[in-house]
Design a protein around this ligand. Sequence first.
Ligand code: BES
Ligand code: ZN
Ligand code: ZN
Length: 500
Amino acid sequence: MDIRVVYKSSFEPLSDTLILPFYEGVELSDRLISLDDSIESMISYFVREEIFTGKYKEIESFRLPGEENPKNIILAGLGKEEELTLDKIRVISARAIKKAIALKSKSAEIHPVGITSEISIQESVRALVESSILQSYSFDKYKSDRRDPVLKELNILHKSKNHPKEIEAGAMEGKLLAECTVFARDLVNEPANFMTPKKLADETYKVLEDTDVDITVYGIEKIKALKMEAYMSVSNAASNEPQFIIMKYTGNQSDKDQVFGLVGKGLTYDSGGLSLKPTSSMIDMKSDMGGAASVIGAMAAISKAKLPINVVAVIAACENMIGPDSYRPGDIIGSMAGKTIEVGNTDAEGRLTLVDAIHYVIEKEKATMILDIATLTGAVLSALGTEITGVLSNDDDFYQKLQGACELSGEKIWRLPAYGPYNKLLKSDVADMKNVGGKYAGTITAGLFIKKFVQDKPWIHMDIAGTSWAEKVSDCTPKGGTGAGLRSIYFLLKDMSSSN
Ligand code: BES
Ligand code: ZN
Ligand code: ZN
Protein backbone atom coordinates (compact mmCIF):
# COMPACT_ATOMS: atom_id res chain seq x y z
CA MET A 1 0.00 0.00 0.00
CA ASP A 2 1.35 3.42 -0.96
CA ILE A 3 1.17 5.99 1.79
CA ARG A 4 1.01 9.61 0.69
CA VAL A 5 0.78 12.79 2.70
CA VAL A 6 -1.31 15.29 0.78
CA TYR A 7 -2.00 18.94 1.45
CA LYS A 8 -5.62 19.66 0.60
CA SER A 9 -7.50 22.81 1.36
CA SER A 10 -10.93 21.74 0.17
CA PHE A 11 -12.93 18.60 -0.36
CA GLU A 12 -12.09 18.14 -3.99
CA PRO A 13 -12.25 14.41 -4.50
CA LEU A 14 -8.94 12.59 -4.57
CA SER A 15 -9.61 9.01 -3.49
CA ASP A 16 -12.56 6.78 -4.15
CA THR A 17 -13.19 6.38 -0.41
CA LEU A 18 -13.29 9.08 2.22
CA ILE A 19 -12.88 8.00 5.83
CA LEU A 20 -14.37 10.42 8.35
CA PRO A 21 -13.51 9.80 12.01
CA PHE A 22 -15.83 11.33 14.63
CA TYR A 23 -15.89 11.59 18.39
CA GLU A 24 -19.01 10.47 20.20
CA GLY A 25 -21.76 13.04 19.77
CA VAL A 26 -20.70 13.71 16.15
CA GLU A 27 -20.20 17.40 15.49
CA LEU A 28 -19.89 18.56 11.93
CA SER A 29 -17.32 21.25 11.22
CA ASP A 30 -18.10 23.93 8.65
CA ARG A 31 -16.09 22.02 6.09
CA LEU A 32 -18.04 18.86 6.77
CA ILE A 33 -21.33 20.73 6.59
CA SER A 34 -20.48 21.86 3.08
CA LEU A 35 -19.44 18.32 2.17
CA ASP A 36 -22.68 17.04 3.68
CA ASP A 37 -24.66 19.58 1.64
CA SER A 38 -23.08 18.25 -1.52
CA ILE A 39 -24.04 14.65 -0.75
CA GLU A 40 -27.68 15.25 0.06
CA SER A 41 -27.12 15.49 3.81
CA MET A 42 -26.34 11.79 4.12
CA ILE A 43 -24.05 12.31 7.11
CA SER A 44 -26.66 14.35 9.01
CA TYR A 45 -29.20 11.68 8.16
CA PHE A 46 -27.05 8.92 9.70
CA VAL A 47 -26.50 11.07 12.77
CA ARG A 48 -30.10 12.24 13.17
CA GLU A 49 -31.44 8.70 12.87
CA GLU A 50 -28.76 7.54 15.33
CA ILE A 51 -27.47 5.03 12.83
CA PHE A 52 -24.05 6.49 13.60
CA THR A 53 -23.27 8.05 16.98
CA GLY A 54 -19.47 8.10 17.02
CA LYS A 55 -19.14 5.43 19.70
CA TYR A 56 -15.76 3.71 19.82
CA LYS A 57 -15.44 1.00 17.14
CA GLU A 58 -18.62 2.05 15.34
CA ILE A 59 -18.18 1.87 11.55
CA GLU A 60 -20.89 2.86 9.04
CA SER A 61 -20.57 3.40 5.35
CA PHE A 62 -22.60 4.42 2.33
CA ARG A 63 -22.05 4.57 -1.38
CA LEU A 64 -22.65 7.68 -3.41
CA PRO A 65 -24.21 7.53 -6.86
CA GLY A 66 -22.19 8.65 -9.85
CA GLU A 67 -18.77 7.95 -11.13
CA GLU A 68 -16.79 10.75 -9.55
CA ASN A 69 -14.85 10.49 -6.27
CA PRO A 70 -15.50 9.95 -3.48
CA LYS A 71 -17.62 6.91 -4.23
CA ASN A 72 -17.83 5.76 -0.63
CA ILE A 73 -17.98 7.50 2.71
CA ILE A 74 -16.95 5.64 5.84
CA LEU A 75 -17.92 7.03 9.24
CA ALA A 76 -15.64 5.82 12.02
CA GLY A 77 -16.39 6.22 15.74
CA LEU A 78 -13.55 7.29 18.01
CA GLY A 79 -15.55 7.30 21.26
CA LYS A 80 -15.19 10.04 23.85
CA GLU A 81 -12.51 12.60 23.03
CA GLU A 82 -10.99 12.57 26.52
CA GLU A 83 -10.73 8.75 26.41
CA LEU A 84 -8.90 8.46 23.10
CA THR A 85 -5.66 6.47 23.14
CA LEU A 86 -3.11 5.40 20.53
CA ASP A 87 -4.46 1.86 20.85
CA LYS A 88 -7.93 3.07 19.96
CA ILE A 89 -6.55 4.95 16.95
CA ARG A 90 -4.93 1.69 15.82
CA VAL A 91 -8.14 -0.30 16.18
CA ILE A 92 -10.32 2.29 14.47
CA SER A 93 -7.88 2.75 11.61
CA ALA A 94 -7.68 -1.00 11.08
CA ARG A 95 -11.46 -1.33 11.03
CA ALA A 96 -11.97 1.63 8.71
CA ILE A 97 -9.38 0.29 6.28
CA LYS A 98 -10.96 -3.16 6.42
CA LYS A 99 -14.27 -1.55 5.52
CA ALA A 100 -12.63 0.35 2.65
CA ILE A 101 -11.26 -2.92 1.32
CA ALA A 102 -14.65 -4.62 1.69
CA LEU A 103 -16.09 -1.78 -0.43
CA LYS A 104 -13.41 -2.58 -3.03
CA SER A 105 -11.77 0.83 -2.71
CA LYS A 106 -8.58 1.32 -4.63
CA SER A 107 -7.66 4.46 -2.73
CA ALA A 108 -8.75 5.97 0.57
CA GLU A 109 -8.16 9.24 2.36
CA ILE A 110 -8.34 10.37 5.95
CA HIS A 111 -7.43 13.32 8.14
CA PRO A 112 -5.20 12.58 11.15
CA VAL A 113 -7.20 12.38 14.35
CA GLY A 114 -6.86 12.54 18.08
CA ILE A 115 -4.43 15.35 18.57
CA THR A 116 -4.73 15.77 22.33
CA SER A 117 -2.36 16.76 25.10
CA GLU A 118 -1.48 13.06 25.36
CA ILE A 119 -1.13 12.22 21.69
CA SER A 120 0.99 14.17 19.24
CA ILE A 121 0.07 14.41 15.59
CA GLN A 122 3.20 12.41 14.72
CA GLU A 123 2.21 9.54 17.02
CA SER A 124 -1.35 9.61 15.77
CA VAL A 125 -0.29 9.40 12.12
CA ARG A 126 2.26 6.71 12.90
CA ALA A 127 -0.36 4.55 14.61
CA LEU A 128 -2.78 5.10 11.73
CA VAL A 129 -0.24 4.08 9.10
CA GLU A 130 1.10 1.13 11.08
CA SER A 131 -2.29 -0.42 11.62
CA SER A 132 -3.54 0.35 8.12
CA ILE A 133 -0.66 -1.63 6.64
CA LEU A 134 -0.56 -4.38 9.27
CA GLN A 135 -4.27 -5.17 9.27
CA SER A 136 -4.16 -6.07 5.59
CA TYR A 137 -1.21 -8.46 6.00
CA SER A 138 -1.72 -11.98 4.78
CA PHE A 139 0.66 -14.82 4.13
CA ASP A 140 -0.62 -16.24 0.86
CA LYS A 141 2.61 -17.05 -0.95
CA TYR A 142 1.70 -20.75 -1.14
CA LYS A 143 -1.93 -20.24 -2.24
CA SER A 144 -2.57 -20.73 -5.93
CA ASP A 145 -5.60 -18.42 -5.89
CA ARG A 146 -3.90 -15.46 -4.19
CA ARG A 147 -4.95 -12.03 -5.38
CA ASP A 148 -3.29 -8.65 -5.49
CA PRO A 149 -4.32 -6.32 -2.66
CA VAL A 150 -7.32 -4.17 -3.61
CA LEU A 151 -6.45 -0.99 -1.73
CA LYS A 152 -3.40 0.51 -3.36
CA GLU A 153 -3.17 3.94 -1.81
CA LEU A 154 -3.82 5.67 1.49
CA ASN A 155 -3.77 9.45 1.41
CA ILE A 156 -3.24 11.28 4.66
CA LEU A 157 -4.60 14.75 4.37
CA HIS A 158 -3.74 17.94 6.10
CA LYS A 159 -5.89 20.93 5.59
CA SER A 160 -3.50 23.62 6.71
CA LYS A 161 0.20 23.92 6.20
CA ASN A 162 0.67 23.41 9.95
CA HIS A 163 2.44 20.29 11.12
CA PRO A 164 3.33 18.86 7.71
CA LYS A 165 6.77 17.82 8.99
CA GLU A 166 5.32 15.90 11.90
CA ILE A 167 2.74 14.26 9.67
CA GLU A 168 5.41 13.28 7.18
CA ALA A 169 7.68 11.93 9.95
CA GLY A 170 4.83 9.94 11.53
CA ALA A 171 3.82 8.48 8.17
CA MET A 172 7.40 7.50 7.31
CA GLU A 173 8.08 5.92 10.69
CA GLY A 174 4.74 4.08 10.68
CA LYS A 175 5.43 2.73 7.21
CA LEU A 176 8.96 1.64 8.10
CA LEU A 177 7.83 -0.15 11.27
CA ALA A 178 4.91 -1.80 9.52
CA GLU A 179 7.11 -2.98 6.64
CA CYS A 180 9.73 -4.40 9.00
CA THR A 181 6.95 -6.13 10.94
CA VAL A 182 5.58 -7.59 7.70
CA PHE A 183 9.09 -8.90 6.97
CA ALA A 184 9.29 -10.49 10.45
CA ARG A 185 5.82 -12.04 10.06
CA ASP A 186 6.82 -13.55 6.73
CA LEU A 187 9.91 -15.13 8.30
CA VAL A 188 7.81 -16.67 11.06
CA ASN A 189 5.06 -17.88 8.72
CA GLU A 190 7.46 -19.58 6.32
CA PRO A 191 7.48 -23.31 7.04
CA ALA A 192 10.59 -24.91 8.53
CA ASN A 193 11.29 -26.90 5.36
CA PHE A 194 11.90 -23.55 3.68
CA MET A 195 13.07 -21.32 6.55
CA THR A 196 16.21 -23.23 7.52
CA PRO A 197 19.07 -21.57 9.44
CA LYS A 198 20.82 -20.94 6.11
CA LYS A 199 17.72 -19.33 4.63
CA LEU A 200 17.33 -17.17 7.74
CA ALA A 201 20.89 -15.93 7.19
CA ASP A 202 20.13 -15.28 3.50
CA GLU A 203 17.05 -13.25 4.44
CA THR A 204 19.13 -11.26 6.91
CA TYR A 205 21.57 -10.31 4.14
CA LYS A 206 18.68 -9.41 1.87
CA VAL A 207 16.74 -7.16 4.21
CA LEU A 208 19.86 -5.34 5.42
CA GLU A 209 21.38 -5.00 1.97
CA ASP A 210 21.22 -1.21 1.60
CA THR A 211 21.91 -0.39 5.23
CA ASP A 212 25.00 0.31 7.31
CA VAL A 213 24.71 -3.02 9.11
CA ASP A 214 27.74 -5.33 8.83
CA ILE A 215 26.75 -8.96 8.70
CA THR A 216 28.89 -11.98 9.52
CA VAL A 217 27.58 -15.54 9.49
CA TYR A 218 29.46 -18.43 11.11
CA GLY A 219 28.90 -22.07 10.21
CA ILE A 220 29.64 -25.13 12.30
CA GLU A 221 33.45 -24.93 12.14
CA LYS A 222 33.61 -21.44 13.57
CA ILE A 223 30.88 -22.21 16.13
CA LYS A 224 32.97 -25.17 17.26
CA ALA A 225 36.09 -23.02 17.45
CA LEU A 226 34.22 -20.56 19.66
CA LYS A 227 33.34 -23.48 21.99
CA MET A 228 29.60 -22.84 21.89
CA GLU A 229 28.92 -26.31 23.16
CA ALA A 230 25.43 -25.65 24.53
CA TYR A 231 24.30 -24.24 21.17
CA MET A 232 26.00 -27.05 19.21
CA SER A 233 24.41 -29.75 21.37
CA VAL A 234 20.94 -28.50 20.46
CA SER A 235 21.77 -28.49 16.77
CA ASN A 236 23.59 -31.82 16.76
CA ALA A 237 20.90 -34.07 15.24
CA ALA A 238 19.94 -31.62 12.52
CA SER A 239 21.15 -32.11 8.98
CA ASN A 240 20.68 -28.40 8.29
CA GLU A 241 23.82 -26.68 9.54
CA PRO A 242 23.52 -24.13 12.37
CA GLN A 243 24.23 -20.53 11.41
CA PHE A 244 25.43 -17.97 13.89
CA ILE A 245 24.29 -14.62 12.52
CA ILE A 246 25.97 -11.40 13.70
CA MET A 247 24.62 -7.99 12.73
CA LYS A 248 26.67 -4.96 13.69
CA TYR A 249 25.35 -1.41 13.45
CA THR A 250 27.48 1.51 14.59
CA GLY A 251 25.11 4.48 14.49
CA ASN A 252 27.00 6.41 17.14
CA GLN A 253 30.67 6.62 16.23
CA SER A 254 31.42 9.09 19.00
CA ASP A 255 30.52 6.71 21.81
CA LYS A 256 31.80 3.36 20.64
CA ASP A 257 32.09 1.97 24.16
CA GLN A 258 28.33 1.80 24.48
CA VAL A 259 27.09 -1.27 22.64
CA PHE A 260 23.56 -2.56 22.93
CA GLY A 261 23.47 -6.36 22.61
CA LEU A 262 20.33 -7.84 21.06
CA VAL A 263 19.82 -11.61 21.07
CA GLY A 264 16.94 -13.44 19.38
CA LYS A 265 16.02 -17.11 19.75
CA GLY A 266 16.33 -18.61 16.30
CA LEU A 267 15.09 -22.20 16.42
CA THR A 268 13.87 -22.63 12.87
CA TYR A 269 12.20 -25.80 14.14
CA ASP A 270 11.72 -27.22 17.61
CA SER A 271 10.61 -30.86 17.60
CA GLY A 272 11.58 -31.08 21.27
CA GLY A 273 14.46 -33.41 20.43
CA LEU A 274 14.51 -36.74 22.27
CA SER A 275 12.12 -35.17 24.81
CA LEU A 276 9.82 -35.18 21.80
CA LYS A 277 6.82 -32.89 21.65
CA PRO A 278 3.39 -34.32 20.85
CA THR A 279 2.21 -33.46 17.30
CA SER A 280 -0.30 -30.91 18.59
CA SER A 281 2.54 -28.90 20.20
CA MET A 282 4.95 -29.46 17.33
CA ILE A 283 2.64 -28.17 14.62
CA ASP A 284 3.42 -24.47 15.18
CA MET A 285 7.09 -24.90 16.05
CA LYS A 286 8.26 -23.33 12.80
CA SER A 287 7.52 -20.16 14.79
CA ASP A 288 10.26 -20.87 17.32
CA MET A 289 12.41 -18.29 15.56
CA GLY A 290 9.97 -15.46 16.33
CA GLY A 291 12.57 -13.75 18.53
CA ALA A 292 15.12 -13.88 15.71
CA ALA A 293 12.60 -12.51 13.21
CA SER A 294 11.82 -9.55 15.47
CA VAL A 295 15.51 -8.88 16.08
CA ILE A 296 16.37 -8.93 12.36
CA GLY A 297 13.30 -6.77 11.60
CA ALA A 298 14.24 -4.35 14.39
CA MET A 299 17.78 -4.08 12.99
CA ALA A 300 16.29 -3.17 9.62
CA ALA A 301 14.11 -0.49 11.23
CA ILE A 302 16.90 0.90 13.42
CA SER A 303 19.40 1.12 10.58
CA LYS A 304 16.95 2.51 8.04
CA ALA A 305 15.85 5.16 10.54
CA LYS A 306 19.57 5.83 11.15
CA LEU A 307 19.18 5.86 14.93
CA PRO A 308 22.35 7.18 16.56
CA ILE A 309 23.13 4.11 18.65
CA ASN A 310 25.49 1.13 18.50
CA VAL A 311 23.84 -2.26 18.36
CA VAL A 312 25.18 -5.76 17.87
CA ALA A 313 22.48 -8.33 17.27
CA VAL A 314 23.13 -12.07 17.27
CA ILE A 315 21.07 -15.12 16.39
CA ALA A 316 22.18 -18.67 17.19
CA ALA A 317 20.02 -20.20 14.46
CA CYS A 318 19.53 -23.97 14.41
CA GLU A 319 17.00 -26.81 14.49
CA ASN A 320 16.18 -29.01 17.48
CA MET A 321 15.79 -32.39 15.77
CA ILE A 322 15.89 -36.06 16.59
CA GLY A 323 18.35 -38.71 15.38
CA PRO A 324 21.39 -40.78 16.30
CA ASP A 325 23.33 -37.59 17.05
CA SER A 326 20.70 -36.05 19.30
CA TYR A 327 21.80 -34.69 22.64
CA ARG A 328 20.14 -36.67 25.39
CA PRO A 329 18.35 -36.02 28.67
CA GLY A 330 21.03 -36.76 31.24
CA ASP A 331 23.92 -35.46 29.11
CA ILE A 332 26.29 -33.00 30.68
CA ILE A 333 27.34 -30.33 28.21
CA GLY A 334 29.66 -27.34 28.32
CA SER A 335 29.03 -23.75 27.24
CA MET A 336 31.09 -20.91 25.79
CA ALA A 337 31.15 -19.33 29.26
CA GLY A 338 32.78 -22.50 30.62
CA LYS A 339 29.83 -23.45 32.83
CA THR A 340 28.59 -27.04 32.69
CA ILE A 341 24.93 -27.89 32.22
CA GLU A 342 23.03 -31.08 32.95
CA VAL A 343 20.35 -31.60 30.31
CA GLY A 344 17.10 -32.35 32.14
CA ASN A 345 14.96 -31.97 29.03
CA THR A 346 16.03 -31.55 25.41
CA ASP A 347 12.92 -29.45 24.77
CA ALA A 348 14.34 -26.68 26.98
CA GLU A 349 16.73 -25.94 24.10
CA GLY A 350 16.14 -22.24 23.55
CA ARG A 351 17.96 -21.18 26.71
CA LEU A 352 20.96 -23.31 25.70
CA THR A 353 21.31 -21.48 22.40
CA LEU A 354 20.66 -18.10 24.02
CA VAL A 355 23.30 -18.33 26.73
CA ASP A 356 26.07 -19.02 24.24
CA ALA A 357 24.85 -16.13 22.09
CA ILE A 358 24.70 -13.85 25.13
CA HIS A 359 28.18 -14.84 26.25
CA TYR A 360 29.47 -14.22 22.74
CA VAL A 361 27.92 -10.75 22.50
CA ILE A 362 29.37 -9.73 25.87
CA GLU A 363 32.85 -11.21 25.43
CA LYS A 364 33.49 -10.75 21.73
CA GLU A 365 31.36 -7.74 20.86
CA LYS A 366 31.71 -5.95 24.21
CA ALA A 367 27.98 -5.41 24.67
CA THR A 368 27.26 -3.21 27.67
CA MET A 369 23.51 -3.93 27.88
CA ILE A 370 21.58 -7.00 26.82
CA LEU A 371 18.06 -7.63 25.60
CA ASP A 372 17.08 -11.14 24.63
CA ILE A 373 13.78 -12.05 23.03
CA ALA A 374 12.60 -15.63 22.74
CA THR A 375 9.65 -17.96 22.29
CA LEU A 376 10.95 -19.63 25.41
CA THR A 377 8.30 -21.23 27.59
CA GLY A 378 4.82 -22.68 27.33
CA ALA A 379 4.50 -21.52 30.94
CA VAL A 380 4.25 -17.88 29.87
CA LEU A 381 1.03 -18.78 28.05
CA SER A 382 -0.43 -20.16 31.29
CA ALA A 383 0.68 -17.07 33.20
CA LEU A 384 -0.16 -14.25 30.80
CA GLY A 385 -2.05 -15.67 27.81
CA THR A 386 -1.59 -14.66 24.21
CA GLU A 387 -1.62 -10.86 24.43
CA ILE A 388 1.00 -10.12 27.07
CA THR A 389 4.73 -10.71 26.80
CA GLY A 390 6.42 -11.88 30.02
CA VAL A 391 9.52 -9.92 30.93
CA LEU A 392 12.32 -10.47 33.45
CA SER A 393 15.03 -7.94 34.17
CA ASN A 394 17.85 -7.29 36.61
CA ASP A 395 17.60 -3.51 36.21
CA ASP A 396 14.58 -1.36 37.16
CA ASP A 397 15.55 1.67 35.04
CA PHE A 398 16.09 -0.48 31.98
CA TYR A 399 12.72 -2.17 32.51
CA GLN A 400 11.03 1.22 32.87
CA LYS A 401 12.49 2.29 29.56
CA LEU A 402 11.00 -0.80 27.94
CA GLN A 403 7.65 0.07 29.52
CA GLY A 404 7.83 3.52 27.95
CA ALA A 405 8.64 1.98 24.59
CA CYS A 406 5.66 -0.36 24.88
CA GLU A 407 3.36 2.58 25.49
CA LEU A 408 4.36 3.87 22.07
CA SER A 409 4.19 0.50 20.34
CA GLY A 410 0.96 -0.61 22.00
CA GLU A 411 2.51 -3.97 22.86
CA LYS A 412 1.63 -5.31 26.30
CA ILE A 413 4.26 -6.55 28.73
CA TRP A 414 4.24 -7.71 32.35
CA ARG A 415 7.25 -8.11 34.57
CA LEU A 416 7.79 -11.36 36.42
CA PRO A 417 10.23 -11.47 39.32
CA ALA A 418 13.79 -12.71 38.83
CA TYR A 419 13.31 -14.29 42.23
CA GLY A 420 16.72 -15.32 43.52
CA PRO A 421 15.66 -18.19 45.81
CA TYR A 422 14.26 -20.07 42.80
CA ASN A 423 17.83 -20.58 41.64
CA LYS A 424 17.73 -23.67 43.84
CA LEU A 425 15.35 -25.22 41.31
CA LEU A 426 18.13 -25.13 38.72
CA LYS A 427 20.68 -26.92 40.93
CA SER A 428 22.23 -30.08 39.56
CA ASP A 429 23.93 -32.87 41.50
CA VAL A 430 26.48 -33.39 38.78
CA ALA A 431 26.98 -30.11 36.90
CA ASP A 432 26.93 -26.34 37.52
CA MET A 433 23.23 -26.22 36.74
CA LYS A 434 20.31 -28.00 35.04
CA ASN A 435 18.52 -26.59 32.01
CA VAL A 436 15.08 -27.10 33.60
CA GLY A 437 13.65 -25.95 36.89
CA GLY A 438 10.77 -28.36 37.41
CA LYS A 439 7.06 -28.02 37.03
CA TYR A 440 6.33 -24.60 38.55
CA ALA A 441 7.29 -21.02 37.62
CA GLY A 442 8.70 -22.19 34.31
CA THR A 443 9.06 -18.71 32.83
CA ILE A 444 10.93 -17.45 35.88
CA THR A 445 13.31 -20.40 36.09
CA ALA A 446 14.03 -20.10 32.34
CA GLY A 447 14.84 -16.42 32.92
CA LEU A 448 17.02 -17.23 35.92
CA PHE A 449 18.94 -19.74 33.82
CA ILE A 450 19.72 -17.02 31.27
CA LYS A 451 20.55 -14.50 34.00
CA LYS A 452 23.48 -16.70 35.06
CA PHE A 453 25.19 -15.73 31.80
CA VAL A 454 24.61 -11.95 31.65
CA GLN A 455 27.37 -11.17 34.16
CA ASP A 456 26.85 -7.69 35.62
CA LYS A 457 25.19 -6.24 32.53
CA PRO A 458 21.77 -4.57 32.63
CA TRP A 459 19.52 -7.15 31.04
CA ILE A 460 15.98 -7.63 29.80
CA HIS A 461 14.48 -10.95 28.81
CA MET A 462 11.25 -11.00 26.77
CA ASP A 463 9.38 -14.30 26.62
CA ILE A 464 7.17 -14.03 23.53
CA ALA A 465 6.02 -17.67 23.40
CA GLY A 466 2.44 -16.42 23.88
CA THR A 467 2.54 -13.29 21.75
CA SER A 468 4.60 -14.16 18.70
CA TRP A 469 1.98 -16.42 17.18
CA ALA A 470 -1.73 -15.59 16.86
CA GLU A 471 -4.22 -18.42 16.80
CA LYS A 472 -7.08 -16.00 16.26
CA VAL A 473 -7.57 -12.97 14.04
CA SER A 474 -7.60 -9.58 15.78
CA ASP A 475 -7.86 -6.02 14.50
CA CYS A 476 -4.27 -5.57 13.36
CA THR A 477 -3.12 -9.19 13.19
CA PRO A 478 -4.27 -12.15 11.15
CA LYS A 479 -3.53 -15.69 12.32
CA GLY A 480 0.13 -16.66 12.41
CA GLY A 481 3.32 -14.71 13.08
CA THR A 482 2.83 -11.32 14.69
CA GLY A 483 6.30 -9.77 14.80
CA ALA A 484 5.91 -9.34 18.58
CA GLY A 485 8.55 -7.20 20.25
CA LEU A 486 9.95 -5.63 17.09
CA ARG A 487 8.34 -2.22 17.42
CA SER A 488 8.94 -2.05 21.18
CA ILE A 489 12.63 -2.80 20.68
CA TYR A 490 12.78 -0.05 18.05
CA PHE A 491 11.24 2.52 20.42
CA LEU A 492 13.48 1.38 23.28
CA LEU A 493 16.57 1.90 21.16
CA LYS A 494 15.25 5.19 19.84
CA ASP A 495 14.78 6.37 23.42
CA MET A 496 18.27 5.19 24.37
CA SER A 497 19.97 6.63 21.32
CA SER A 498 22.15 9.71 21.66
CA SER A 499 19.61 12.04 20.09
CA ASN A 500 17.64 11.74 23.34
N1 BES B 1 9.71 -23.42 21.95
C1 BES B 1 9.22 -23.91 23.18
C2 BES B 1 8.31 -22.92 23.90
C3 BES B 1 7.00 -22.60 23.25
C4 BES B 1 5.84 -23.23 23.68
C5 BES B 1 6.92 -21.64 22.26
C6 BES B 1 4.64 -22.91 23.10
C7 BES B 1 5.70 -21.33 21.68
C8 BES B 1 4.55 -21.96 22.10
C9 BES B 1 10.38 -24.22 24.12
O1 BES B 1 11.55 -24.61 23.51
C10 BES B 1 9.94 -25.34 25.01
O2 BES B 1 9.66 -26.38 24.49
N2 BES B 1 9.91 -25.11 26.30
C11 BES B 1 9.52 -26.10 27.24
C12 BES B 1 10.41 -25.98 28.45
C13 BES B 1 10.26 -27.10 29.43
C14 BES B 1 10.76 -28.40 28.85
C15 BES B 1 11.01 -26.74 30.68
C16 BES B 1 8.07 -25.87 27.62
O3 BES B 1 7.68 -24.71 27.76
O4 BES B 1 7.33 -26.83 27.73
ZN1 ZN C 1 11.65 -26.68 23.11
ZN1 ZN D 1 11.85 -23.89 21.56
